[in-house]
Design a protein around this ligand. Structure first.
Ligand code: FAD
Length: 130
C-alpha cells in the first residue's frame, strides 16, 4: 500500500489509476473473506459443533486467496515486485506451498464435496452457528 500511495506514473499516484485501485480492492476483499471463513470454522470448533467441512473451506479459501493476493502484490510493485529488494516475491512463493501442504486444496475440495453429498439438510450452505 505504501508503494502504491507513493509511486507516480502518468502524472498520478498508481493507487489513483482505476486499473490498479480495483486490484487493491480485490486484494482487500480476498483477505477479509479468507479471515471470515477461518473465524467461522474456529467458532464452530469452540462451540463444540461439527467443523470439518468449514475447516476445509477455510484452508482452501485462505490459501487460494493468499496465492492470488501475493501474486497481485508482485504486480502492484511492478519490476520491484519480482526482485528480492522487497519481500513480496517470497510471500508469493510461500503462498504456493500453503496450497499444497496440510492436505492439498484439491483434497480439501474432495472433503467439502463428500460432506455435501452426505448432508441431508437440503441446503448447500448450512447455518451452523445459531
Ligand atoms: C514445505 C513442505 C512441508 C511439508 N511438511 C509436511 C509435514 O510436516 N508433515 C507431513 O506429513 N507432510 C508434509 N509435507 C508433505 C505434504 O503434505 C504433501 O506434499 C501433500 O500432502 C501433497 O502430497 P504429494 O506431494 O505426495 O502430492 P500428490 O499426492 O502426488 O499430489 C499431486 C497432485 O495431485 C492432486 N491429487 C492427488 N490426489 C488427488 C485426488 N484424489 N483428487 C484430486 N486431486 C488429487 C494433488 O492435489 C496435487 O495437485 C510437506 C510438503 C512441503 C512441500
Amino acid at each position: 500500500m505504501a508503494y502504491a500511495r507513493e509511486r507516480e506514473t502518468f502524472g498520478k499516484k498508481i493507487i489513483e489509476h482505476r486499473g490498479l485501485a480495483f486490484v487493491l480492492a480485490d486484494m482487500e476483499a480476498a483477505i477479509v473473506s479468507a479471515r471470515a471463513t477461518l473465524l467461522h470454522a474456529a467458532r464452530l470448533k469452540d462451540a463444540g459443533k461439527p467443523f470439518s467441512r468449514e475447516a476445509s473451506i477455510a484452508k482452501m479459501v485462505a490459501t487460494d486467496n493468499a496465492m492470488k493476493v501475493t501474486t497481485d502484490a508482485v504486480r502492484v510493485l511492478g519490476g520491484y515486485g519480482y526482485t528480492r529488494d522487497f519481500p513480496v516475491e517470497r510471500y508469493m512463493r510461500e503462498a504456493k506451498v500453503m496450497q499444497i501442504f496440510e492436505g492439498t486444496n484439491q483434497i480439501q475440495r474432495m472433503v467439502i464435496s463428500r460432506s455435501l453429498a452426505k448432508d441431508n439438510s437440503g441446503s448447500i450452505s448450512r447455518d451452523t452457528i445459531g
